[in-house]
Design a protein around this ligand. Structure first.
Ligand SMILES: [Zn+2]
Length: 382
């Protein structure tokens, strides 16, 4: 007899059985909490020593790039993480080339915030505008594929463009806003890597209608070998070397540069908001606020009760949802009815389309063997 799995919420964070791979220990603490403890003991320095460590890393970056126009590169979306990061690395006198990838979904506020950050810091901004016809074709293909990660076209283009700019400008250091404080909990089962070009091409081949001629793409070998080993690129995550608190960061940005809060309105990308607050919960039952709030609970930015209360709030204001659906459907040149139908269960598994999983497993295995043999950890993150 099949035993139905009971609904359960972690007793320490707020993750629950909407993650099919979650496990709980005897006192009801989930596997994400245990992973958080293991991870933070190695890579998270929110105290005074973090400042010193980051200072040493930044000294190295400045020294290496002293004869170059830029010593590092960073992506700027206009969101709180990357905006705050841009201001922080100015304190360490880094000279980044700032890249913004415009996938066609920028909200007006995002444009304002990007301008404010760049003006204040005096950075050079390079905006890469993705050819809209190709972006649209790929996004409609993704919607028709029915898989979970509808942000893959935007995310893939962002990283591919960023890495290519870095190579072109002979920059080795990528400064990333990725951080443990707000992003440590991530249910891997919820969606597949946006870097998987095999998956992207398979979906486009099946559902796309026009060739991708200029869309920034990055292959498996570029991602795993060329950038880290041939170009020796390194990713640095400065927000892991400070007590990063999203609300405090927002206050800081407002005070310093007149940053405008997205509030309950659109985030920096209108499509991402729709994808996270409507498509994913409706089609797959995934609420992205949950891992995000769980991360904030674990990093001490928020109490568990407050996070649970926030999760009770509706994902979308109903009027705003109608507005957004109409806007998105029109921009993608599909009907609102089709957009609705494509957002309805059942969802499809990405693995129904060609993907890089076998290659990835082979590389991971080889990496483990080399690590065992050399007793060194291989990775490109600092
Ligand atoms: Zn937990």
């Amino acid at each position: 007899m099949k035993v139905e799995r009971q609904y359960q919420v972690c007793s320490r964070c707020v993750m629950d059985t909407s993650d099919p791979e979650i496990d709980f220990d005897d006192v009801g603490v989930c596997s994400h909490c245990h992973k958080f403890d293991a991870e933070t003991s190695k890579n998270w320095f929110p105290g005074k020593d973090g400042e010193q460590r980051l200072s040493v890393i930044c000294d190295g970056i400045r020294k290496e790039g002293k004869n170059q126009e830029y010593d590092c590169i960073m992506g700027l979306s206009g969101g709180i993480d990357s905006s705050y990061l841009a201001l922080k690395i100015k304190d360490y006198s880094l000279r980044p080339l700032v890249v913004h990838v415009d996938g066609g979904w920028n909200s007006e506020l995002a444009v304002h915030n990007i301008e404010r950050v760049v003006d204040y810091c005096g950075y050079d901004l390079h905006t890469q505008v993705i050819q809209w016809g190709e972006m649209r074709d790929l996004q409609v293909a993704y919607l028709r594929s029915g898989i979970a990660n509808q942000d893959a076209p935007q995310d893939h283009a962002f990283f591919a463009a960023l890495y290519k700019f870095a190579v072109k400008n002979r920059i080795r250091y990528v400064i990333s806003g990725g951080n443990i404080a707000t992003e440590s909990v991530f249910p891997g089962a919820w969606h597949h890597s946006a870097m998987d070009l095999d998956n992207l091409m398979a979906i486009h081949k099946r559902f796309g209608t026009a060739p991708l001629r200029t869309f920034p793409l990055m292959s498996f070998s570029q991602y795993y070998f060329y950038f880290p080993f041939i170009r020796k690129m390194r990713t640095v995550r400065p927000l892991n070397y400070m007590a990063y608190d999203k609300n405090e960061a927002l206050g800081y940005l407002k005070g310093r540069i007149g940053y405008k809060d997205y509030g309950r309105k659109h985030g920096e990308s209108i499509f991402t908001k729709f994808f996270q607050n409507y498509y994913l919960p409706k089609k797959f039952g995934y609420d992205k606020r949950r891992p995000h709030l769980a991360s904030q609970v674990l990093s001490g930015q928020m109490g568990r009760d407050e996070a649970l209360l926030l999760l009770e709030q509706p994902l979308y204001d109903s009027h705003e949802l109608v507005e957004d659906k109409t806007y998105i459907a029109k921009k993608l040149r599909i009907s609102v009815e089709e957009l609705d139908a494509l957002s309805t269960p059942p969802g499809k598994d990405y693995a129904e389309y060609k993907n890089w999983d076998r290659k990835y497993m082979a590389v991971k295995k080889a990496q483990q063997l080399v690590e065992q043999f050399s007793r060194k950890r291989i990775g490109n993150y600092s």
